[in-house]
Design a binder for this molecule. Structure first.
Ligand SMILES: NC(=O)c1ccc[n+]([C@@H]2O[C@H](COP(=O)([O-])OP(=O)(O)OC[C@H]3O[C@@H](n4cnc5c(N)ncnc54)[C@H](OP(=O)(O)O)[C@@H]3O)[C@@H](O)[C@H]2O)c1
Length: 295
């Protein structure tokens, strides 16, 4: 009898990593959960030690990131070290064991100049350090390991919350709305929210099927401004407050942000896969977290 495929997850306790671990286990894979304490992607020795159990045909999912966008502007070394050099280290260690690598990336590799959804073969042109470090991580992943997937997501919400960002946007808005405080959010930045649960299931499916290598966009379908996203959260949880609109130019972040970064996939449909609309995934998330009762 052949043993099941092993899927190692770097950042296994993170927002996406925890869902990938769950989805991989549900798909029958042998899950190797690798936490930050056991493996720092910037340290080759620790990466090689953590991935030593892998065999040819196994896979590594690299979710590790330094992804506080404004902090990256002032900690360029750290951003490049974790997001780019770390990506190379993981991809190279996977290759030396004959394993596939999956690198989690972001809509922030784009500049936002486009006004129709970004698809996988649009060229990256980042406008901040975080985006540049992730675009470098994508390229280094590919260079170090041809058996690689780059999986882009955006505005992620998952039950664990993002450990690097101290939670997720949905949780922050729910907390404000429940406290009777009207959230202030930008109305002129448009993106496609991503359910960590949905993206993890698709990611594992790509690996399980040995889909063609390359870039995939796994955001949920549709698009919204952060204001629309927040209004929908408030409506779905029956909050008595409505969000107030801000312009991006009124927000004092250190990093420039793309005004339009909707991710759509040209590649999933060729595999018979699709993403559902972000609002359906959001409603399910809010129900799962007990913020609303299912209709
Ligand atoms: N969250 C979003 O909205 C979003 C949007 C677009 C793209 N992404 C991408 O999606 C990926 C995962 O995001 P997420 O929301 O799941 O983030 P997360 O919850 O912060 O998870 C990242 C995980 O990586 C670990 N980690 C951080 N630095 C590490 C290092 N040097 N070596 C090894 N492990 C390290 C973290 O551990 P500790 O917490 O213990 O340090 C954490 O478990 C990232 O690559 C990010 O760039 C996220």
């Amino acid at each position: 009898m052949t043993s099941p495929m092993q899927i190692a997850i770097i950042g296994a306790s993170g927002q996406i990593g925890s869902e990938v671990a769950r989805a991989a286990g549900a798909a029958g894979a042998d899950v190797l959960a690798v936490n930050h304490a056991a493996c720092d992607v910037t340290d080759v020795t620790s990466v090689e030690r953590a991935l030593a159990p892998l065999r040819a045909g196994d896979a590594v999912v690299n979710t590790a990131a330094f992804h506080r966008t404004d902090a990256c502007e002032e900690a360029v070394d750290q951003a490049l070290s974790v997001n780019a050099l770390g990506a190379f280290n993981v991809a190279a260690a996977a290759r030396s064991r004959g394993a596939t690598v999956v690198y989690l990336s972001t809509d922030f590799v784009f500049d936002g100049a486009k006004r129709t959804p970004y698809v996988e073969n649009d060229p990256p042109s980042p406008i901040n350090v975080y985006g540049a470090s992730k675009a470098a991580g994508e390229a280094l992943t590919r260079a170090a390991n041809p058996a690689s997937y780059v999986v882009r997501v955006s505005a992620v919400f998952g039950p664990a919350g993002s450990s690097g960002k101290g939670g997720n946007f949905v949780e922050a808005m729910v907390a404000k709305a429940r406290a009777g405080e009207a959230p202030e959010v930008v109305e002129d930045i448009v993106m496609a929210p991503t359910s960590a649960i949905d993206a993890a299931a698709l990611l594992v499916e790509l690996v399980r099927r040995s889909a063609p290598f390359g870039v995939y966009h796994l955001a949920n379908a549709g698009a919204c401004s952060w204001l629309e996203f927040t209004s929908t959260i408030c409506t779905l949880i029956g909050a008595g407050v409505r969000p107030r609109a801000l312009k991006a130019s009124q927000v004092n972040g250190k990093a420039r942000r793309p005004l339009y970064s909707v991710l759509a996939s040209d590649r999933l449909s060729a595999l018979g896969l699709q993403t559902r609309n972000w609002s359906a995934a959001l409603a399910e998330y809010l129900t799962l977290k007990g913020y609303r009762t299912a209709p």
